[in-house]
Design a protein around this ligand. Structure first.
Ligand code: GDD
Ligand code: MN
Length: 386
């Protein structure tokens, strides 16, 4: 009788290679990364559709779920228990479409990786065509595009979203020289080696992973586009709210400036600018209400800091968003950080103004110093990584 140990190791005469060949687990040529948040109803249907569409292809699916409250992870796991082609990555304490896609891509060992929505809006029957295209040596990336001739937005995208996405496309083309017809598409296939090379430059925030991939590659990717019709969502709802468009512009700007400043810092800066407007409006109202200037200025500062805190909590740090009691503590530390920021701001401005310098230069330098301090200190204190 064979002992358990010899079964586990195979027989001594077999080489490792032979044992590998005998293993019935398959080696994938194509990994399909499926980012998911609350898609419990869609995942089982999608896996069946993939099985049909990819008959004859050695494929695997990687569900990257951000700990969805609707139990998507459990649903995907139970499929994985009987289908070795399905794998699950459960991420805790993180919420980001791009981050999920990047992690899924990096967890693959297949030569080709596709990224596709898990909500059935993307047409899985396009995958074999994308695979055929990317198998050609002259292609590194195949984009399933909702814009090129033959492709339509279908019923899946509202008129407002379609309009917004046209503007976003135009900007991507002007600012970044990215000439994709649909840079916002969430459906593409890439040579894993290439993705691996570019991965360190990618921003894990937001949802524009394709645009990020192409612009970070700096024109080195050989790209093909294939048209498809974007389907309507049947189960569950979209997670992309209007706030994420801000995030998109953040990415455009950061890439445009060659990544000298991070997307996060840019967002923080934009929120800061909005705070200036809030401050002035509040100050005006308090003064009109008859408040004495010093008091009105202090009160307006608190209004602006509060608005900055909540905007940053929604946008800049959406992946580390503070809720409930933690948000209250966060607000208090944010007040503290910003108060020191004012000192840094005024201190630097005074120092420069004392020398032979222009008032506006001193003022701007002070403001930048204050912003850098606020950014550094609040990311370490208020929105620290747990
Ligand atoms: N892991 C993870 N984490 N997955 C997410 C997250 C997240 O924070 N947010 C969304 N997803 C998943 C969804 O579960 C879905 O499978 C896919 O990402 C797309 O999200 P939707 O919320 O359905 O996006 P949409 O249909 O509104 O937007 C589509 O169009 C955009 C451009 O207009 C998508 O194709 C986007 O990828 C595309 O950029
Ligand atoms: Mn969708």
């Amino acid at each position: 009788m064979e002992s358990a140990a010899s079964i586990a190791q195979g027989t001594a005469e077999q080489s490792l290679d032979e044992r590998r060949q005998m293993s019935d687990a398959h080696v994938a040529e194509l990994s399909v990364v499926l980012p998911s948040f609350n898609e419990a109803k869609n995942i089982p249907i999608l896996i069946e559709l993939l099985d049909k569409a990819l008959a004859g292809v050695a494929w695997e699916a990687i569900v990257v779920d951000d700990n969805s409250p609707d139990g998507t992870t459990e649903v995907a796991r139970s499929i994985a228990q009987s289908d070795p082609r399905v794998r699950v990555i459960r991420r805790i304490g993180r919420r980001s479409l791009s981050g999920a896609c990047i992690e899924g891509i990096l967890s693959s060992s297949a030569p080709f990786v596709a990224v596709m929505d898990a909500d059935l809006q993307h047409d899985e029957t396009l995958l074999p065509k994308m695979l055929a295209a990317i198998r050609q040596d002259d292609t590194d990336l195949v984009v399933a595009s909702r814009k090129v001739e033959g492709g339509t937005v279908g019923e899946g995208l509202s008129a407002v979203r379609a309009w917004g996405s046209n503007i976003a496309n135009g900007l991507a083309q002007k600012l970044l020289n990215v000439t994709l017809s649909d840079p916002m598409s969430g459906f593409f296939m890439v040579r894993r080696e290439k993705a691996e090379e570019i991965a360190p430059k990618l921003s894990p925030m937001g949802f524009k992973v394709l645009l990020d991939l192409v612009s970070s590659a700096g024109g080195t990717l050989k790209i093909k586009e294939l048209p498809f019709t974007f389907r309507e969502r049947q189960h569950g709802e979209s997670k992309l709210d209007t706030l994420v468009t801000l995030d998109y512009f953040g990415l455009l700007l950061a890439k445009y400036f060659g990544d000298i400043v991070s997307v996060r810092f840019l967002m923080f800066g934009l929120v800061g600018l909005s705070g200036l407007v809030v401050h002035l409006v509040a100050l005006r109202i308090f003064l009109l209400g008859g408040m004495e200037f010093n008091l009105a200025q202090t009160a307006a500062s608190f209004v602006a800091m509060t608005s900055n805190f909540f905007l940053n909590n929604q946008l800049t740090y959406r992946d580390r968003r503070l809720r409930g009691f933690k948000a209250l503590i966060g607000l208090l530390t944010f007040y503290a950080v910003c108060s020191v920021g004012v000192l840094a701001n005024v201190g630097v401005a005074n120092l420069i103004y004392a020398g032979p310098s222009y008032w506006w230069f001193a003022g701007t330098a002070g403001a930048i110093m204050g912003a850098v301090w606020n950014y550094a200190a609040s990311s370490a204190l208020t929105w620290r990584k747990s």
